[in-house]
Each structure stands twice: as C-alpha cells, then as structure tokens.
Design a protein around this ligand. Sequence first.
Ligand SMILES: [Mn+2]
Length: 315
Amino acid sequence: MVKQDYEQTARFLLDNDDYLVVCHACPDGDTIGSASALVMLLRKKGKNAWAYCPDGIPEKLLSFTGKDIFVSDVKEHKTLISVDVATPAMLGSMQGVLTHFDLSVDHHKVNTIPCERLLIRDDFISNAEIIADLYDQLSVGIDKEAAECLYAGISSDSGGFRYSNTRPQTMRLAARLMETGIDFAAINRMLFDRLTPEALALTKAAYNSVELFYGGKLAVVTLSKEDYEGIGATDADLDEIKGIPRRIGGVEVAAVIRPRGEKAQVSLRSNEYFDVAAFCREMGGGGHVRAAAFRIDGTPEKAKEKLVKALEGKL
Ligand SMILES: [Mn+2]
C-alpha cells in the first residue's frame, strides 16, 4: 500500500476506468454521500462509475444518493475504490468477497483495508471533505446534486457541525455547498429529526435500559436480543439512540450495546478526554477518538459486563 496525495489520486482517477465505489456496511450519510459524489465526479470526467453498498440504503439516506448511482452487485468492474471504510469488518457481508482495493479513501485514524493506494486525511471530520478536495484537484465545479451528497456526509459525521473535530475548513466548505442552493434544512431534518416507528420503540427500550457506572462517568444502554428483534429494528434505526447516554450530565464514555448475530456490537462515544478509538483497538475494533466500536462474542448482557470490567480504573 502506498499513501497518496491529491495530485497522485487525481492522476490515478484519470488513468483508469470502470469504477466501483464501495461504501461501508450499516451505511451512514458520510459513506453514502461520499460514494455518490465520487461517482458523479468520475462521470463528469467521462468515466464509467457506479457505487455499491453492502447493506440496503436506509430510506432517510435515499433522497440524496442521486439517481442511478448504486448497483446491487459487485460484478464487472475493473477498478475498486472504498470510501469511509476503515477495516475489512466494516465491509459487512462483503468481507472476504472484496479482498483487494485499487484505492481506499478514508478519514479514520487507522485504515487496514488491503489496498494498492491509500488517500487518508485523519484530521478531517468526514470523508466527504476529501471528495470535495478531489473536485477541486480535478477542477470540476460542485453542482447542486453533488453538493447535497457532500453536505449530507459532512453534516452526518459532524453531528450537524457540533462535534469537536469540526474544523473552520468544514464550515467554509459547508458555506460553499449552501451557495449551490441546496435545501440543507431538509437534509438535516432527514438526518437528525425523523423517527421511524421502530426507532421510537428502540428509543423507549434504550431509555429504560440506561445504567451508570464509575460515579456516573460511564453510561451504558443495553438492547437485548428480545428488544432488538421484537421491535424489528434495523441498524438505521440505531442512530437515534446512539446519542442518548452521552447526553447525561457527568458522563464521559457512553456505550450502546446491541445484538449482532451471535455477537454483541459495542458502540462507544466520549465527550471530552477519553480516547475510545484506542480503547476499541485494544478490544479488537476501531474508529475515531470520540466515536468507535468493537464486537465481542456473547449476548449484549455479557458484553456489558466485559466492557464495564475493561474500563475499570480508566475513567
Ligand atoms: Mn465517515
């Protein structure tokens, strides 16, 4: 794997063709927005390009994926690019199927995707900001359609421009995107202010399950298999509850634990000082300093016990 700068990446994009741009599983606004905007950029350069997502795209993200961007299988494409995918596990059902990428574009601290080339900006809050830089590098203007996708990516990963690694450049880019005439309020409503009936039921279960540890510095939401499957919730419904435990006053680390097959998925967020990325790497996962995750064998209840124990003396 060779690290690339923008110039090298632009050269690579111009020199190849027949692209498939791959998102991560459990897609969010950043991976979907980045893939869509990159496909649009490649097509503006006369390339054949499509996007692929290992999971279904949630309804709330469909409105800004653009038309005719995503395909439903991974056949017949020469050049593979991943966007916003830090680890093979993040490929979900495509782990073990898509085993080598020509280019990986990412903003996570650590990227372990097997790839020929890596364009990584780990100081960026969203992958979408990297795609916007590629528009500039290739001298392609960002039209309204691409701006919707990029705005969705940035707003999604910055929690609506609220998280600590939102940069002045992030705001300047958002301003540029707004100037194309996008309905940014509608995008934010779709991302943050819409509840499905499943998400509402999940939210109730989440509030009921909140437990505090270590003098209130650790808050844990545990969704049992019965809760999760009984509600019929999907990962898209989870966004609503990820913010719940960290809003509690005095909480530094907030965990949401849910079943995932025979394992449990532990999603962690921190508020001020705790590096959840480093902690999750120790536990076999990864992510960002303020938002990271890992998987562990056993039920969510068992995972909670292990999590609480592993954090002993660390908060
Ligand atoms: Mn991202």
